[in-house]
Design a protein. Structure first.
Length: 296
């Protein structure tokens, strides 16, 4: 039977549910980290790959000796499916891992870096990332995808993820950054990460890590950040044809989602913010949350 990409939200959900199996997810949650370990765990499309590049750049002095970034910063939830041993030695210390887990689920005992991003931008970025890979290009509208994004289960939605980490913002083992501040001042963000993970204050190393985390460098080396290793390994399990297109280094814009998303969708996203983040924490907008993160 010829494999085909989904052409509806229902097909996408059904066809890709085995991308991460229940067993692999369970094993990821059962991982026991070392106190020096660093787990990069933003919500999807909120700066995960960007931070994955910064951390190993700092710990290795800029080594790019990897086929794809997940080989040197493995994904906790997907490790079993990929045949990765999470306890295997890494190329340098501190060990680093990727995740998208909320605080409620993440294996405790490590240090955690969470990047927050405007949900409108994050939603549009995820749409573009999945289009041409997890669903046929042009088959699902942004409006249809927005309804899916808004109605994901609590364990997988943007707002429950953001709330779970915001509650832990005062913990010394948790570092919150905003995507927008990283765009405005990447060297400052790299310095904060370096101090947090315990990398010596070597200006040359920090300069290399900053340069290699810049949009131009990551775009030029896009094959190292396009999930092709995961696609080769997991597309067949999902019934997806090989050769899909995916990129994690797109426009690099801040605020790009608002003009491209119509008023009804923006209203729904804003309403969800009011019902969740604003209701619990008294933060009426994402911009207000980002300001507090940047001032910390």
């Amino acid at each position: 039977m010829r494999l085909a990409r989904p052409k509806s939200i229902a097909e996408m959900v059904r066809q890709t549910e085995n991308f991460v199996t229940e067993e692999s997810y369970r094993r990821g949650l059962a991982f026991v980290p070392e106190p020096s370990d660093v787990v990069v765990t933003p919500y999807a499309k909120c700066g995960t790959t960007w931070m994955q590049q910064i951390v190993p750049g700092l710990r290795t002095g800029g080594s790019m000796a990897f086929e794809e970034i997940t080989e040197v910063v493995p994904w906790l939830e997907l490790a079993h499916n990929m045949g990765w041993d999470l306890n295997a030695p890494q190329v340098a210390r501190p060990r680093a891992f990727k995740s998208h887990l909320r605080w409620d689920e993440i294996p405790k005992g490590a240090r955690y870096i969470v990047v927050m991003r405007d949900p409108c931008d994050a939603m549009l970025s995820l749409y573009r990332f999945l289009e041409g890979w997890h669903f046929e290009a042009g088959a699902i509208t942004i409006s249809e995808f927005a309804d899916y994004y808004l109605n994901r289960a609590d364990s997988h939605n943007y707002w429950s993820h953001a709330a779970s980490w915001w509650r832990q913002r005062a913990r010394p083992e948790v570092l919150l950054l905003s995507f927008e501040a990283m765009k405005r001042d990447l060297p400052g963000a790299v310095d904060r990460v370096a101090d947090f993970i315990g990398v010596p204050a070597d200006p040359a190393v920090r300069a290399i890590a900053t340069q290699q985390a810049g949009f131009a460098f990551m775009k030029q080396n896009g094959h190292k950040f396009d999930d092709h290793v995961l696609r080769v390994a997991r597309d067949a399990a999902c019934g997806l044809p090989q050769g899909g297109v995916a990129t994690k280094v797109a426009s690099g814009k801040v605020g790009g989602g608002r003009p491209e998303i119509n008023a009804p969708i923006r209203a729904k996203l804003d309403a969800r913010w009011q019902d969740t983040i604003a209701a619990e924490f008294g933060l009426p907008t994402y911009a207000g949350m980002a300001r507090l993160i940047d001032e910390a």
